[in-house]
Design a protein around this ligand. Structure first.
Ligand code: C5P
Length: 407
């Protein structure tokens, strides 16, 4: 905490009375603390108490009184630039709605907007349990979380209303511990932070006629988990996906495509600019040579479908990539076919391939878990145990991070 600049935003909830104690704890650890108090907050905790423990004026109004000497007319911007972290505790339903909407009518809401990107914001909602669980509060919390804020849910216990239940703000010691943890994580910045990562995911559909297609059972879960994990590490992620029933992970730019040709066109635009290309899509290897416009009639007893090869998107990227770019692929094979995965690593000239066998229960398409073996072109092979696709994606990204720091 030593030397860290922390702004604490206090809203009008009864838990505000605990914040001078938090300020003292932070000061004791060597942090510089400034306090932004909403109008509601002034009803629960005194400005004088906060100014005394922080050793700084308390910030409330955007428009400063004009009678003070050495007035700082741009403090609505400079405070957001000054802060290493913003802690909003207690956060009321009203302030959550304001922050979600982007309103700026007091110092706290304007600091929230002007805070430098990537600086952590910790929000501690504290209110009556029914209020907290209301659809509007939950929607606003979800929006703020998707924007990258860390939301620490209230605890259960005695409430000011005399009721017992969900809604209590954590104690100042617990708030301090959460802040320390978040600062620690953001300071250990991932080598993927700010890097452009393209992930392909899901199946492709290859048109036979206007109503029929060839496809496969890929659910897109693995690719989406990879995109989510990369975005969490600060990468600028573009997810090019075939038709799937999955929500876009927070902070990820999604491009929906249908056929391998469309996926190829979308991916090609990033071949030069991306740092890392991760091919997790189950791209159809072949497409009908001459798809019909209408609907093929079932007049004949037999029919032949002529297929032509689709472009290999990942191999194409890999063959033209520069030395600073990484190409990562997946190889879905039968359990015994790990050598095939090694061959693909070589022929496609990849930096790493995730060998992924399918048994339909613990690994492969549609299921929520996977068993990956990470094979690197520099010789190392890491067998992962059965993991959720989310955890498997994290482990794959750990390996990619290591590659980034080595190259
Ligand atoms: O050759 P195979 O299809 O098994 O290779 C698998 C890897 O290549 C996967 O990473 C997949 O996303 C990628 N791929 C591709 N374009 C294709 C076929 C596969 O990008 N047409």
């Amino acid at each position: 905490m030593r030397g860290k600049n922390i702004i604490i935003g206090i809203c009008g909830g009864i838990a505000a009375y605990k914040i001078p104690q938090l300020v003292r704890l932070l000061k004791k650890r060597g942090a510089n603390v400034r306090v932004a108090l909403t109008d509601g907050g002034t009803r629960f905790v005194s400005e004088l108490a906060l100014a005394t423990v922080s050793g700084e004026p308390v910030y409330r109004k955007i428009f400063p009184p004009m009678d003070t000497e050495n007035m700082d007319y741009t403090r609505h911007i400079t405070l957001g630039e000054w802060a290493d972290a913003l802690v909003i505790a207690p956060a009321t339903a009203n302030t959550l709605a304001k922050l979600t909407a982007g309103l700026c009518d007091d110092m706290l809401s304007v600091i929230f907007i002007t805070l430098r990107p990537a600086k952590p914001v910790l929000i501690f909602p504290a209110m009556d349990g029914q209020m907290f669980l209301s659809p509007s509060v939950q929607r606003n919390i979800a929006t703020l979380a998707a924007q990258g804020c860390t939301i620490i849910n209230p605890e259960s216990g005695e409430l000011a209303s005399g009721l017992c239940g969900l809604g209590r703000m954590p104690e100042p010691e617990a708030i301090l511990a959460s802040l320390e943890e978040v600062l620690h994580t953001t300071e250990n910045i991932s080598p993927l932070s700010g890097k452009s990562v393209v992930v392909t995911a899901g199946p492709t559909r290859e048109k036979i006629d206007g109503v029929r297609f060839i496809s496969n059972y890929s659910s897109g879960k693995m690719g989406f988990a990879v995109a989510r994990a990369a975005a969490k590490r600060g990468a600028l992620v573009t997810l090019i996906t075939g038709p799937v029933h999955l929500d876009t992970p927070p902070g990820v730019k999604r491009i929906d495509v249908e056929s391998a040709a469309e996926m190829h066109d979308a991916a090609q635009k990033f071949f030069r600019s991306c740092s890392i290309f991760i091919g997790a899509a189950a791209v159809a290897d072949y497409r009908p040579a001459a798809p019909c416009e209408g609907k093929i009639k079932k007049d004949a007893q037999e029919m032949e479908l002529s297929l032509v090869r689709n472009p290999d998107i990942l191999a194409e990227f890999s063959l033209q990539k520069s030395s600073g770019q990484l190409a990562i692929g997946f190889a879905l094979e039968m359990e015994s076919d790990i050598d095939n995965a090694r061959k693909k690593l070589e022929t496609k000239k990849l930096d790493l391939i995730a060998f992924n066998f399918f048994d339909h229960k613990t690994a492969g398409f549609e299921v929520d878990t996977n068993i990956l073996t990470l094979i690197e072109n520099q010789g190392t092979t890491t067998e992962l145990p059965q993991l959720t696709k989310e955890s498997a994606a994290e482990r794959l990204l750990d390996a990619i991070e290591q590659r980034c720091t080595r190259t």
